[in-house]
Design a binder for this molecule. Structure first.
Ligand SMILES: NC(=O)c1ccc[n+]([C@@H]2O[C@H](COP(=O)([O-])OP(=O)(O)OC[C@H]3O[C@@H](n4cnc5c(N)ncnc54)[C@H](OP(=O)(O)O)[C@@H]3O)[C@@H](O)[C@H]2O)c1
Length: 300
């Protein structure tokens, strides 16, 4: 197949591109071109387009059998708002795909997508799903739990925070640490998307996660064991006390350690059934605890 991946240069996108290229597909990686990306393979074309303005999308999708939409923001910046990118951008991708004659749109959403407008990011992910549904394009929607792997935006930062906590300080845990997550490896997300592409459109919403439900505190403990040689005392810090710091970081830092949207995630369990990937996609996903050695590498 010839497949366009909007957001194909991002974290999930670059892993998906490697996976689909290995399967022999021809790829068009679509993004604004704001970040460096690996050397293009023989069957990979890079195209600049913007889901906020819609410019370049129809041309990028020309001749494609399918489009995978991976564009979303978790921090709002200038014109890159949750609404403009995660909802309206999804609508623009769907309409451009239809105009280009594409017959299948796979859209990656998030577990916890919810119409409650107080949830910011998660509300915009829900609205993005609705935009795809009402556009009329044949589609598959996959909702993922937190994704881990080299280059991720959550676990790498948590490891950095843990590593940077001075030796005599207790490790801060945001909230009560009991919120459940189901980390899924980025390679497994790519496999699920690849299988969805091969199968064709499906009106069900698929929720995917790894094989374990892990509390936030268990995740911190797994990472701590991986990146620190000595155990540390932990201290629970109420989320409302961290929120202003997260808002400030999001406003002034290009790559904030923690974002308000990530704090929102701590307010709700972010899980599906543990056998979801095996039941819907026919393979056993990898365990987070077995695959965290990439977090030992230091990043900024
Ligand atoms: N990472 C997770 O844990 C996780 C969990 C659940 C669901 N998801 C979903 O998975 C998808 C991919 O997430 P990710 O972590 O891979 O994101 P990411 O690393 O931030 O990548 C975002 C991609 O979108 C492109 N992009 C951003 N704004 C754009 C615009 N206006 N027009 C065109 N392209 C634009 C970026 O390239 P440029 O900046 O160069 O344009 C980049 O290629 C998202 O839909 C996210 O909601 C992720």
């Amino acid at each position: 197949m010839r497949i366009a991946i909007t957001g194909g240069t991002g974290f999930v996108g670059s892993h998906l591109a490697s996976h689909l290229a290995e399967q022999g597909h021809e790829l068009v990686l679509v993004s604004r071109g704001k970040r460096p990306s690996g050397a293009p393979g023989a069957a990979v074309t890079r195209v600049a387009a913007d889901v906020v303005s819609g410019s370049g999308l129809v041309a990028a999708f020309g001749g494609c059998d399918a489009v995978v939409n991976l564009v979303a923001v978790i921090v709002e910046r200038r014109e890159q708002t949750f609404d403009a990118v995660n909802r309206e951008g999804a609508a623009k991708v769907a309409h451009a795909a239809m105009e280009a004659g594409v017959t299948h749109l796979v859209h990656l959403s998030a577990i916890g997508a919810d119409p409650d407008p107080r949830l910011g990011y998660l509300a915009s992910k829900w609205s993005g799903e609705q935009a795809i549904r009402i556009s009329g394009i044949s589609h598959t929607i996959i909702r993922s739990s937190l994704v881990f792997g080299p280059g991720d935006g959550f676990f790498v930062k948590l490891a950095r925070l843990i590593r940077r906590t001075p030796p005599l300080f207790p490790l801060p845990i945001a909230g009560d640490g009991r919120t459940l997550f189901q980390p899924i490896a980025v390679q497994d997300v790519a496999r699920c998307i690849g299988i969805a592409l091969e199968r064709g459109p499906d009106s069900r919403v698929f929720a995917i996660g790894g094989p374990d439900h892990l509390s936030y505190e268990q995740i911190v403990d797994i990472i701590r064991r991986e990146v620190l040689s000595l155990p540390r005392i932990k201290v629970h810090v109420p989320v409302p006390a961290i929120r202003p710091v997260a808002a400030l970081m999001a406003a002034v830092m290009r790559d904030p350690l923690v974002t308000p949207a990530q704090l929102d995630l701590l307010g709700h369990h972010n899980i599906t059934v543990t056998g979801a990937v095996a039941a819907d996609f026919g393979f056993e996903p990898q365990r987070f605890a077995d695959r965290v050695s990439y977090l030992r590498r230091r990043s900024r």
